[in-house]
Design a protein around this ligand. Structure first.
Ligand SMILES: *Cc1c(COP(=O)(O)O)cnc(C)c1O
Length: 393
């Protein structure tokens, strides 16, 4: 139980709920009710059915033969890239929309940086016929125009956040303000294992299906449930939390979390929170975050928009401090090369976030008989422009 959230919402020294008083009733109701709701048989049945029929689960655990040959070991890819909307994020938004319905909510809000969580949220709101409002920094709306168009096509209203640096943290502030003003009818869907308790655990519970399937699939393919290594990229940490969850207490399995080093850890343009961060409060939880000496959150940088986040969820902060997970980082250049390598060796174009996890292969050494699972968090369609410019395609 060392790595489960405790009754106060903490993972070791991290977590909790540091929120404005006006948000207390909303968060408190969630805290009291979420476990009962999501563990209810009716809920689980509806959740599993949607994951199967709508998302396309179980996603394959694919043996990557040519990649394995290159590293002289056995590498499997958990194909979250094949989920509807192209990444793992939909597992969480499906869970949260079902929860919102059971809480009697009529309106959904979300914040988004790159737009991927906004699209996953707009998708499930369309599916359920619920009004959807997505806050997005003005600068991000320009940078991520195709995702803005997707959200609009799905019927969501995208509300520009025009304060501060006009990016993710400003969108988050606006979303929190909205929630304070509409406590009765609105549910706030957070997109990763971040935010005040119970969000980190709730999102983990919706993503843990990844490692549940992995156990079963490894059993079928290898006759054992345990791989030697599980590798996942970490922005806020939700795909990693889902891929690690069933193995957290099983120390025979080495968990590897890969962050974005950007232009290099010491370059001033990085998002490697586990190295550069220190304890503080961000988005309502105590965790590791990148900040100045006087506690101002610093702007992170990564070529991958989904890893461009100045913190990590409290579970991951605890996994780092306790050394349960090994934290690595990959630069923009290392990730881009690893992404291109997967295209050439396996015919799979990964999201650039995912390419960071793939880049870990070059930083580790394996035995021939090791079993490695890489969580292929998303597909690269959304990143084509970045690949085109980077490689002059
Ligand atoms: C959003 C995203 C991530 C990062 O988010 P986590 O919460 O850290 O998983 C990683 N990969 C893809 C494809 C994403 O869209």
């Amino acid at each position: 139980m060392k790595y489960q959230v405790d009754d106060n919402g903490y993972y070791g020294a991290y977590g909790g709920a540091f929120i404005p008083e006006m948000l207390y009733p909303n968060v408190e109701r969630l805290r009291k009710e979420y476990r009962n709701i999501i563990e209810d048989d009716g809920f689980r049945k509806e959740f599993q059915e949607l994951l199967k029929e709508y998302v396309g689960r179980p996603t394959p655990l694919y043996f990557a033969k040519r990649l394995s040959e290159k590293y002289n070991t056995k590498i499997y890819l958990k194909r979250e890239d094949l989920c509807h909307t192209g990444a793992h994020k939909i597992n969480n938004t499906i869970g949260q929309i079902l929860l919102a319905k059971r809480l009697g909510k009529k309106r959904i809000i979300a914040e988004t940086g790159a737009g991927q969580h906004g699209v996953a949220t707009a998708t499930v709101c369309a599916l359920m016929g619920i009004d959807c409002f997505v806050y997005m920094g003005e600068v991000d709306m320009e940078r991520q125009a195709p995702n803005v168009a997707r959200m609009k096509m799905l019927g969501a209203e995208v509300i520009p956040a025009s304060s501060g640096s006009k990016t993710l943290k400003d969108a988050t502030n606006e979303a929190i303000r909205d929630w304070i003003n509409n406590p009765e009818d609105t549910h706030y869907i957070i997109g990763s294992v971040v935010g005040p308790h119970p969000y980190p655990d709730m999102v983990t519970q919706f993503q843990k299906v990844i490692s549940e399937e992995m156990q079963q699939q490894l059993k079928e393919k290898e006759g054992i449930e345990d791989p030697n290594y599980i590798i996942a990229c970490v922005g806020g940490g939700s795909n990693a939390a889902g891929a690690f969850y069933q193995y957290l207490e099983n120390e025979a399995v080495t968990l590897v979390a890969v962050e974005a080093a950007g232009k290099g850890i010491d370059s001033g343009e990085s998002a490697a929170t586990s190295v550069l961060g220190s304890p503080g409060v961000i988005h309502g939880s105590k965790t590791l975050l990148m900040q100045t000496e006087d506690g101002q959150i610093t702007e992170p940088y990564s070529i991958s928009a989904g890893l461009d986040y100045p913190g990590v969820g409290p579970l991951h902060a605890h996994l780092r401090d306790s050394n349960r997970a090994k934290f690595l980082s990959a630069t923009d250049a290392e990730a881009m090369e690893a992404g291109l390598q997967l295209c050439k060796l396996e015919g799979i174009i990964p999201a650039i976030e995912t390419s960071h996890a793939l880049a870990a292969l070059d930083q580790m050494s394996f035995q021939h008989e090791d079993i490695i699972v890489i969580n292929l968090s998303g597909r690269g369609d959304k990143d084509l422009d970045t690949y085109i410019h980077y490689f002059n395609l």
